[in-house]
Design a protein around this ligand. Structure first.
Ligand SMILES: C[S@@+](CC[C@H](N)C(=O)[O-])C[C@H]1O[C@@H](n2cnc3c(N)ncnc32)[C@H](O)[C@@H]1O
Length: 570
């Protein structure tokens, strides 16, 4: 680093762009919206759903929604019953009612409700014991008004699969649900919790191929217990209609016809993406590639892990552990990486991350670090560093010599970065700076050998992993993001020492956030020259213009972009 000691200004934390939405419980909202009211609702529900005569000897009509659920791998509440008030001697007494609902569906329905209300995000790497464990259980209990036990590992996996899939396929599922309602008004005015239960049922039947009786019975039961008998009847009627249409192969889907806009609208339903994304991708990538991309975004995400060499581990050590855990893996072409084919939850539960042996990181992000090419002894500033995936990998590549400054506007995320740095035995090499890059660059005189700007972006390259992102991003966001990217690029460029390197990267595949930003930047800054990334990353990732670009459909990893610029010595 040149320019003497770094001034480390402290700014008040702002809401960071790209920062995760925090999980904050709002039971009142969900309860109000579901029309449910805890105990009294349960007492309303039960006499119909669980008649007193429903004891052992009772015969149920096959596939009746009231029939006792068959063992279908569905978890239930074992004799853990909410209390039902009964009248006795003029006072309300509490007696037990045998309520049984599928745990993972109840949790999935409530999590979906919260995601829709912006109070939660889809967590594809959900580990038992994190904030969405116990808190979520009590949230579900307060929202639905009945108790459920903690989820076991299998339940957690099912919740993850159902929540991620239902969020991804939301537009497609809603189109079908609306088509199967007696009138559009029924769909438009549907209670939020009822809609989530229907979406789960549709997703299970259409995309998970869950046996019909389980998908119908369990979701009907959940609607009856969590809402009221009438809600269960509606779920029953609509799911049964769906089953008939599915069997007859006549699901009501829109035809791809008419002008470009009409075709994009139909495709947006069939592939469940916002219309603006479909139109944009058809424009930039062509129809065939756009369809491939949407299929990729709807498929199960691929995860890779990177071994932490700073703790003395090698990839061979990591592979030994994976083999002992019977996790299916594949070696990546990148030395430090292993692709997990099956068993990501096992990796998480075995504690490999908590031990500091490895980190979850996509190779697309690893290749950005290869574009930076950190060399021992260098000074590097990571301008939008948190939560630190690239910072840690860059620090590991310095082999104990050199220094990284990790700057971010988001204090909470910076804290996570520094905790990870400690875990990875890299904290001595990393200093954090909590600041807005735009202000920091104006105030400091410090310059660095290398500057990485991993800019806030639309995230359009990582939609398979961020299931909810497609619905949260609006077309208008792009304009705002591009302005921010230009401002941050200008600021980052001030930190590059003469002859030093500036790397601009995103996890977007949108040319306007990538190539166009760099074209505009070099026009504003003639002292920077584009350098090809050839030699830093494998040739298949180098574009004709010399940028790094990874594509989900071509390379089967996340989409990312990076440009390497050299500052002239004068
Ligand atoms: C794409 S994320 C960075 C991911 C990170 N490089 C990694 O590999 O883990 C973008 C980051 O930019 C930060 N950010 C947004 N605006 C900023 C600003 N004006 N100054 C500094 N950081 C900012 C956000 O808080 C967010 O953590």
């Amino acid at each position: 680093m040149e320019g003497g000691a770094l001034a480390l200004p402290h700014f008040r934390s702002r809401v960071g762009i790209g920062s995760p939405i925090l999980l904050s419980a709002d039971p009142g909202a969900a309860r109000r919206s579901s029309g449910a009211s805890g105990r009294s609702r349960v007492s309303r529900v039960n006499p119909g759903a669980y008649p007193r005569s429903a004891g052992r000897g009772r015969t149920w009509k096959r596939d009746s929604p009231e029939a006792p659920p068959r063992r279908s791998g569905i978890t239930r509440v074992p004799n853990r019953s909410p209390e039902m008030p009964t009248e006795r001697a003029g006072r309300t007494k509490v007696s037990n009612v045998n309520l049984e609902v599928s745990h993972h569906r109840a949790v999935a329905a409530v999590r979906l409700l919260r995601i829709e209300k912006g109070k939660a995000f889809v967590d594809l790497l959900n580990e038992k014991g994190n904030s969405s464990g116990e808190n979520e259980m009590s949230y579900v209990e307060r929202t639905l008004g009945f108790s459920i036990r903690c989820l076991d590992n299998r339940d957690i996996r099912l919740v993850t699969v159902i929540v991620a899939g239902t969020v991804r396929w939301k537009r497609y599922l809603d189109y079908l649900i609306m088509s199967l309602c007696s009138e559009e008004k029924v769909f438009r005015e549907m209670e939020p919790l009822l809609l989530q239960i229907l979406r789960i049922g549709f997703f299970e039947i259409l995309k998970l191929n869950v046996p019909a009786y389980a998908a119908v019975d369990e979701n009907v039961r959940l609607a009856k217990v969590a809402l009221r008998p009438g809600a269960g009847n509606l779920v029953n009627a609509i799911l049964r209609k769906l089953l008939l249409l599915k069997e007859a192969n006549s699901l009501p889907l829109p035809k791809i016809e008419g002008d470009d806009r009409a075709q994009a609208r139909a495709l947006s339903i069939i592939y469940s993406h916002p219309v603006w994304m479909v139109r944009r991708w058809i424009r930039f990538l062509g129809k065939e590639e756009a369809l491939k991309l949407m299929k990729w975004n709807n498929s199960d995400p691929h995860f890779s892990i990177r071994v932490n060499t700073a703790n003395g581990y090698t990839r061979a050590d990591l592979i030994d552990r994976l083999e002992s855990l019977q996790v299916h893996y594949e070696k990546s072409t990148m030395d430090e990486f292993v692709r997990i084919q099956e068993g990501m939850q096992t990796v998480l539960q075995a504690g490999l991350l908590k031990e500091g042996m490895c980190a979850v990181q996509d190779e697309s992000a690893g290749l950005v670090v290869s574009v930076v090419d950190p060399q021992p002894g260098e000074t590097i500033i990571d301008c939008c560093a948190a939560p630190g995936g690239k910072t840690l990998f860059m620090a590991a590549r310095l082999s104990g010599q050199g220094k990284i400054w990790a700057l971010d506007i988001n204090k909470g995320r910076l804290r996570i970065l520094m905790e990870a740095a400690k875990l990875h035995n890299l904290d001595a090499m990393i200093s954090d700076i909590h600041a807005d890059l735009r202000l920091y660059a104006k105030e400091t005189t410090a310059t660095f050998d290398k500057v990485l700007l991993d800019a806030p972006c639309s995230g359009l390259g990582v939609l398979s992993k961020r299931a909810d992102l497609r619905w949260n991003r609006q077309f208008e966001d792009l304009e705002e993001l591009m302005c921010l990217q230009d401002e941050l690029l200008d600021s980052a460029s001030m930190l590059v020492k003469p002859g030093g390197i500036l790397v601009y990267s995103t996890c977007s595949i949108d040319p306007e956030e990538n190539e166009h930003r760099i074209a505009a930047f070099v026009q504003r800054h003639p002292d920077f020259v584009l350098q090809s990334v050839h030699g830093y990353v494998p040739a298949e990732f180098v574009t004709d213009e010399g940028f790094y670009s990874s594509s989900p459909t071509k390379h089967s990893i996340d989409g990312a972009f990076a440009a390497r610029l050299v500052r002239s010595v004068l």
